[in-house]
Design a protein around this ligand. Structure first.
Ligand SMILES: [Zn+2]
Length: 371
């Protein structure tokens, strides 16, 4: 009971945080420009090759791997009609792919959404469609993967030599990633419920609801991810429906439409900063620039000092889906070291120095030689 109340309290606190954040955001930025962005959707047809998945009732001849692939391809075909949606298939033919590899494809593509498609089976006459998101038990493993991927995504391959002092295991990095996981869970629940709504209201499938479970394929991804169980191949009527091309088309259309409305919703929530808020020309273009990187993440945060523990003149730079926040921009190495010290004292314990030449990132060592 106490745990439940704490949980409710946490949700309330989070909502309050968003409200405050939103008000702060509205009041501090003068121009809001809607982002022109492509959304990458990874469609994962379950099983394949040597792994047929479930085979339905004895003698039915159904193969989960084929039905999943057909539906995934149809979803992709529908989505590709949208200009700003990019579709990636983990497989587009009958091949076996490891579960970790499926997640890896999505992580490498920096996908906005991962949708895995399957069919259920049971010894009873159970039927109906359900959609799963990662359960809480899967979170720990997912956090490890997020840490690893985060180092790659945020800091590029050779981050060890480029960024002295970054520690993906630091408390601060881990807190950042846990917040990202919570955000992903929220979004996964959102897309899952749109899919279920389409299945049940448009196609009149029995609603087996949105559930949390510890599917390995969902543990491997670091973006909002869902696993769809189209229905039971072991149920005579439902098996026939799912194995038919008309059934597959209907299910695919439902999923595609759900993804489209999810993306529409994402668009409304994506804003980029007005140009005048990003000041890059602190020093002349040909100079070496040193900066302290204090934070990075998916959230757009206004660079006001109260958002950064009192640090002033924080610079925000958009890098792909992420924002990096820099402090203490200077051409002098000894000045940036002072700023690093200040940032650490303010609590940015994992802050580190980066260097640029002509706006291109170079190693701090190299920059030191040129200074
Ligand atoms: Zn399956």
């Amino acid at each position: 009971m106490i745990i439940l109340q704490m949980h409710k309290f946490n949700i309330l606190l989070k909502k309050l945080f968003y409200v405050i954040f939103f008000i702060t955001f509205l009041s501090t930025s003068s121009t809001i420009v809607f982002a022109q962005k492509n959304y990458t959707i990874v469609l994962d047809a379950g099983h394949g090759g040597k792994d047929p998945g479930n085979l339905g009732r004895k003698g039915s001849g159904y193969k989960e791997k084929n039905i999943a692939l057909n539906v995934a391809l149809l979803v992709g075909k529908e989505l590709q009609k949208q200009k700003d949606i990019k579709v990636i298939f983990t497989r587009n033919k009958d091949v076996f792919i490891d579960l970790w590899k499926r997640g890896d494809i999505a992580n490498t593509a920096k996908a906005d959404l991962f949708v895995s498609i399957h069919c259920d089976s049971h010894t009873s006459n159970a039927y109906g469609a359900g959609t799963f998101v990662l359960g809480l038990r899967g979170n720990k493993k997912n956090l490890e993967i997020a840490k690893r991927e985060n180092a790659v995504i945020l800091l590029e391959d050779n981050y060890k030599e480029k960024y002295a002092g970054f520690d993906p295991n630091s408390a601060e990095s881990v807190i950042g990633l846990s917040l990202l996981q919570e955000e992903n869970l929220d979004k996964s629940l959102e897309i899952a419920s749109i899919i279920q709504k389409n299945f049940t209201s448009k196609l009149k499938r029995l609603d087996r609801k949105v559930k949390q479970d510890n599917f390995q394929v969902l543990r491997e991804t670091i973006m909002p991810s869902v696993l769809v169980e189209l229905g039971f191949l072991t149920n005579k009527k439902e098996g026939r429906f799912l194995n038919s091309s008309s059934g597959q088309k209907q299910m695919a259309k439902s999923i595609a439409e759900a993804i489209e409305s999810y993306v529409d919703h994402l668009k409304l929530n994506t804003v980029t900063a007005s140009v005048n808020e990003i000041k890059t020309d602190v020093t002349s273009k040909n100079d070496i620039e040193f900066k302290v990187q204090i934070a990075s993440g998916r959230n757009l945060i206004s660079t006001k000092s109260y958002n950064f523990k009192g640090l002033r003149e924080v610079q925000r730079v958009e890098v792909g889906n992420y924002y990096k926040y820099y402090y203490g921009i200077t051409s002098q190495y000894k000045e940036v070291l002072k700023s690093l010290k200040t940032a650490k004292q303010k609590g940015y314990t994992s802050a580190f120095v980066v260097a640029f030449k002509n706006g291109e990132k170079i190693s701090v060592k190299e920059a030191n030689k040129m200074e």
